[in-house]
Write a protein that binds this ligand. Structure first.
Ligand SMILES: Nc1ncnc2c1ncn2[C@@H]1O[C@H](COP(=O)(O)OP(=O)(O)OP(=O)(O)O)[C@@H](O)[C@H]1O
Ligand SMILES: [Mg+2]
Length: 266
């Protein structure tokens, strides 16, 4: 597969660890020497602030890119982390769906922008991560259409699997109609609490249903992970030996192993 790989981190359920996964996976990969771009496609702008950037920058933001007020090069910002760039969000993004109601091509806009520069401006990146909002609205559809692979964080709690069944149906519909080569790269169990029986039950069920798609590493519930964003840094820079850091680093190694497996198979 040609670089970069475009991946959306997706789950229509809110607060399951999408943004935490985007920030910490991208940061770990960048620390290991890969080049990464994060696109914050959520009007909440949590990935943007989590990297210490403003989610009210009136010029450099994904909304202006999608409505073609600004070009791709101008939207990309450097973060404090080497090899890690960002296209930040803005609250205006929440109006995009209504504002583009008459545009029948709108689901393809992000894909077209990324495809046009895949062999150009974007060719230096190993991965482009898209952080999705907690819904199956236009923004998420745009991400599903633009992506090659999906990462699904799954919070180990009641109803988690019901939500994912709905998500899988949506993904299948997108594959049939808009993006046939889309694949689920993996499912990451998050906020795992080994003292909680429910956590282990969801773990077991998810592995039974999705088999080897579920990463061996499960991210534990760890308060350090929730503290890091308020300092505008990934947890690896905030407290590199806390259980959350260790888990995200182990998950990153699994993620990289998947790349190696693809290369060996090719
Ligand atoms: N493993 C964890 N342990 C403890 N807290 C966590 C963990 N993962 C994420 N959090 C915290 O839980 C909250 C939700 O996480 P996060 O923002 O990553 O989820 P999300 O799926 O992106 O949410 P949204 O759907 O609103 O975009 C945040 O406050 C985050 O810091
Ligand atoms: Mg989020």
């Amino acid at each position: 597969m040609t670089r970069p790989t475009i991946l959306a981190v997706i789950n229509q359920k809110g607060g399951v660890g999408k943004t935490t996964t985007v920030i910490n996976l991208a940061a770990s990969l960048s620390i290991l020497g890969q080049n990464n771009l994060v696109i914050d496609l959520d009007p909440q702008g949590n990935a943007t602030t989590g990297f210490g950037k403003s989610n009210s920058d009136e010029s450099k933001n994904i909304y202006n890119l999608l409505i073609k007020k600004i070009n791709l090069k101008e939207t990309i910002q450097r973060t404090e982390i080497k090899n890690l760039d960002l296209i930040g969000s803005h609250v205006n993004l929440s109006g995009l769906e209504v504002e583009t109601a008459n545009d029948s091509n709108r689901a393809f806009v992000l894909k077209e922008i990324l495809t046009a520069e895949k062999n150009g401006l974007l060719s230096n990146y190993d991965n482009i991560f898209i952080d999705c909002p907690p819904s199956l609205s236009l923004l998420t559809i745009m991400a599903l259409v633009a992506s090659e692979e999906l990462l699904v964080p799954l919070q180990t709690e009641f109803f988690a699997l019901e939500g994912i069944t709905q998500l899988v149906k949506t993904i299948d519909r997108i594959k049939e109609n808009l993006n046939p080569s889309l694949t689920i790269r993996g499912i990451l169990l998050t906020m795992f609490d080994k003292r909680n029986k429910l956590s282990s039950q969801v773990d077991e069920e998810a592995r039974k249903y999705f088999k080897e798609k579920v990463y061996t590493t499960a991210v534990p519930r760890n308060v350090r992970l929730s503290e890091a964003p308020s300092h505008g840094i990934p947890v690896l820079l905030y407290d590199k030996i806390c259980p959350g850091s260790k888990a995200y680093f182990k998950f990153t190694e699994e993620f990289l192993d998947q790349d190696k497996q693809v290369e060996t198979a090719a």
